[in-house]
Write a protein that binds this ligand. Structure first.
Ligand code: ADP
Ligand code: MG
Length: 335
């Protein structure tokens, strides 16, 4: 991938919601970099922080700490007025319920024209742009239908066209296919792919369905408010053919899951590997022939090693076998 300035950059993003006396850590140091023109999926179980991330990127929620830059705007540094303006002009939003973006007594075309009218672009030009957008989401023949006359998938595609009416730099979709069956969801994904290709639009789609990997170029998995792994689409050459990979159709397409390293160098060992190798507590890392090897360390072995290790002089714990009085008192107080 060509490395230009990313259109979205999150560094160590933290969002804490305060509810009465409770603090909810929705984002716990999330890192994310998205290039202009990417079509990307974000997956994670319910409560993992997906919507919080979308709302931060959309300027609806202010992060508690970290850095977030979208389309050149440092969102943490914007005034409320500037953030309002950013939200109205630079981002398009699509929600789970398509109807949320639509006005029932206007037809599809009028719905797409409405944000343009509000922004002061009326008349013939607005109409032409609205028609072009409806065409790109495959709804030219539905332009004069009202909300009640459109299927769920069609409503969602009109909502996508509405979200794009004012030329945003990014399109954010939060579970846009959550209420659709898989055949209908496919038509919505096709609309996203079309817009991504024809307009070079950057699109982020949140889903709790890992199958989204088939419809986008890259998928980031969020776990506990942090990026955990990434699935990228790659072509692997057909082994029965000789010569260099051609990128043609007989090269089998496959998905590769990559583990994400955060800015501090932390990574998460996938659960299946931890269980298979009984990795727990501590591991030993070693560089072997240019590869990083992670060895499991049996707990008994670890305990033996720490017990056998001579205490260094000047260590905080006294080595005389006698404990200071305060330590004894503190220990007795423990439950
Ligand atoms: P997801 O979209 O992946 O289901 P969310 O971003 O909605 O996750 O939520 C992440 C965590 O933050 C959850 O524990 C949720 O309860 C909490 N949360 C989300 N929004 C708010 C809010 N406005 N006030 C308090 N807690 C919230
Ligand atoms: Mg959500």
């Amino acid at each position: 991938m060509m490395m230009t300035d990313p259109i979205i950059l999150c560094e160590n993003l933290v969002k804490i919601y305060k509810v009465a006396d409770l603090e909810v850590l929705a984002l716990q140091g999330l890192d994310l970099s998205v290039q202009r023109g990417e079509l990307m999926g974000i997956v994670g179980v319910s409560g993992s922080g997906k919507s919080t991330l979308m709302n931060v990127l959309g300027g609806l929620v202010r992060p508690s700490a970290g850095r977030v830059v979208v389309d050149g705007y440092e969102l943490l540094k914007l005034s409320s007025t500037a953030l309002d303006r950013y939200r109205r002009t630079r981002v398009g939003f699509v929600w789970q319920e398509g109807a949320r973006n639509l006005i029932p007594y206007l037809d599809a075309l009028e719905n797409v024209q409405m944000p343009m009218t509000l922004a002061g672009t009326g008349g013939k030009r607005a109409r032409q742009q609205a028609e072009a957008l409806l065409d790109m989401v495959g709804l030219s023949d539905r332009r004069h239908h009202y909300l009640a006359e459109l299927s769920g998938g069609e409503q969602q595609r009109v909502a996508i066209a509405v979200a794009l009416a004012n030329h945003p730099a990014i399109l954010l979709a939060d579970e846009p296919t959550g209420e659709l069956d898989s055949a209908t969801a496919l038509t919505v994904y096709q609309a996203f792919q079309n817009l991504n290709q024809e307009l070079g639009l950057t699109i982020l789609i949140v889903s709790h369905d890992p199958a989204i990997a088939q419809h986008v170029q890259r998928v980031m998995a969020i776990r506990d408010g942090k990026a955990a792994s990434e699935t990228v689409r790659a072509r692997r050459p057909d082994p029965s053919r000789e010569g260099p990979p051609t990128g043609e159709d007989h090269d089998e397409e496959h998905f590769e899951e990559l583990v994400v390293l955060d800015s501090a160098g932390r990574l998460q060992v996938p659960k299946a590997y931890r269980e298979a190798l009984q990795i727990k507590g501590r591991v030993r890392m070693e560089l072997v022939d240019g590869h990083l090897v992670i060895h499991s360390v049996a707990e008994a072995e670890y305990a033996r090693q720490t017990a056998a290790r001579p205490k260094s002089p000047g260590a905080a714990t006294p080595t005389t076998g006698r404990r200071p009085k305060w330590l004894a008192r503190w220990r007795r107080n423990k439950p």
